[in-house]
Ligand binder design. Structure first.
Ligand code: HEM
Length: 465
């Protein structure tokens, strides 16, 4: 592999006509294979050579942006120059094309302002008790000494929280099966697409995962329609997202179409299910491997909650739990990459970026960059504690976008508050009841819809309460 113009390339001396430095001499197929084998290591190794570096894979040019200032430029200060891009929008064409995640321009603005009203602190408060109940239900099934695959258990848990908040359905309700089947079919479909199954079939032949997904999606559409009908008929007020969405009004007095309601809900499931499950899984695994931090956390929870379960008004006092979660998402960001594409030819960091290029913002490497993070690879929740607390000198100044697990700018995660409430409450409700001990020794995260750790087994020790 040979690198052209190897340098840290943030200096303003670059000629505007310059293309970013890139991988020369490695056949395109080589980059594609390296990316498929281990996208995180591959992209990180590219970042070693500069803050704006290009490579070619899957027949398209990617430009990796590793400088937090330039990440801010793309997501916030010059966000109107970029769109989500062809690379990511492939998934939008498959899944829920009428939803907010892949909408652009005025269509996106219209949807986003309507949905924003569903994620206010007051609304989220209404889901907090369910989040704790679901956690208690899960941990009640864990007896002392058993080994559990937390990856699987937490995936069921976050799906349970979402089916309650989105559809007002308990996972044990048989109608929730439709949601579970859709989520499974979607996972299989996306995995198959990523492995390129599609490319070996003519485009008019639906693949097996696609047929399965289409059937599951049709069932979900039917379920959404009957639930909307049921909720409209009922006298009482419902605060599940489906009911709120079905009755919400755009400024021109219209309400979202049934397809749009269903697509928005599917996108909430896709964006909010595995992301939260993997964030919690990594958090539990990191704690299992740091018994002293786990004890400190248990002490904090006991001081704040005493002998009751955590509540939403405890969150402000559970500073260490928040720090632990932030640190887990620094080391293992659930969304490891964000992509954008310029509408027109533009410049970034002094380099020319044509409209065909896909910008790749690698959270997975920026979060581990030793220019911003002392001892970047190690788990140190103390970095996130306020100065007044004993933070062991782990806190230091860094640019804002050295950490961006929920993205940034106008398209930042709409479910961020929902997710942080769920993560903090469920972590506190778990750690006051149980302690984790490590069984799975090391993790090999892979990039699926989110950063998947694979099976993570931990031994459960119940606490005497
Ligand atoms: C730990 C959990 C989560 C993480 C790390 C996460 C991360 C992200 C990130 C990085 C983006 C920005 C993507 C981009 O700019 O291209 C995003 C967008 C989004 N997220 Fe989340 N998310 C989480 C949970 C949730 C939840 C629980 C929901 C809904 C219930 C949700 C719904 C969305 C939606 C709808 C968008 C698109 C917003 C838009 O384009 O306007 N997310 N999320």
């Amino acid at each position: 592999m040979r690198w052209s113009h190897l340098k840290r390339n943030t200096e303003p001396t670059a000629n505007v006509a310059d293309r970013p430095p890139g991988l020369d001499g490695l056949p395109v197929i080589g980059s594609t294979l390296s990316f498929i084998r281990n996208p995180l290591d591959f992209v990180r190794s590219i970042g070693e050579y500069g803050d704006v570096v290009r490579y070619v894979a899957f027949g398209r040019e990617f430009v990796v942006i590793s400088d937090p200032e330039l990440v801010e430029t793309v997501l916030v200060s010059r966000d109107n120059e970029f769109w989500k891009g062809e690379f990511e929008s492939r998934l939008g064409d498959i899944v829920a094309p009428d939803g907010v995640f892949y909408a652009e321009g005025s269509d996106w603005r219209r949807q986003r302002s309507l949905l924003q009203s569903l994620f206010t602190p007051k609304r989220i408060e209404a889901y907090a008790a369910d989040m704790v109940d679901e956690t208690v239900r899960m941990t009640d099934g864990w007896t002392d000494g058993t080994i559990v695959n937390v990856r699987e258990e937490l995936s069921t848990f976050t799906l349970g929280v979402l089916t309650r908040s989105l559809f007002d359905l308990d996972l044990e309700d048989e109608r929730a099966d439709v949601v579970v089947r859709m989520v499974d079919a979607l996972g299989e479909y996306v995995d198959a697409e990523m492995l390129g199954v599609r490319s070996v079939l003519p485009s008019w032949v639906p693949s097996k995962p696609e047929r399965k997904f289409d059937r599951a999606m049709a069932d979900l559409d039917a379920l959404v329609e009957s639930l909307v009908h049921e909720h409209r008929e009922s006298e009482g007020e419902s605060d599940d997202l489906l009911s709120l969405l079905a009755t919400a009004e755009y400024p021109d007095g219209t309400t979202p179409s049934p397809n749009e309601v269903s697509d928005q809900l599917v996108q909430f499931l896709v964006a909010g299910h595995e992301t939260s499950a993997t964030a919690l899984t990594y958090t539990c695994w990191l704690l299992a491997n740091d018994p002293e931090m786990q004890r400190r956390l248990a002490r904090e929870i006991e001081t704040v909650c005493g002998d009751r379960n955590p509540r939403i008004d405890d969150l402000g006092s559970l500073t260490l739990s928040e720090a632990v979660i932030n640190e887990a998402m620094r080391l293992y960001p659930p969304f490891p990459f964000i992509h954008r594409q310029p509408h027109e030819s533009t410049t970034l960091g002094g380099y020319r970026i044509p409209p065909e290029s896909t910008l790749q913002l690698p959270l997975s490497s920026v979060h581990l960059d030793d220019r911003w993070w002392r001892n970047a690879e190690s788990f140190r929740p103390e970095r996130w504690l306020p100065e007044t607390e004993q933070n062991g000198n782990w806190k230091c100044d860094r640019p804002e976008y050295a950490y961006f697990p929920f993205g940034g700018g106008p398209r930042h995660c709409i479910g961020m508050r929902f997710a942080m409430t769920e993560l903090q409450l469920s972590l506190a409700a778990m750690i006051r009841r149980i302690e984790f001990e490590p069984v799975t020794e090391s993790l090999g995260p892979t990039w699926k819809v989110s950063l998947d750790p694979g099976p993570v087994k931990l031994r459960i020790r119940t606490r005497d309460r």
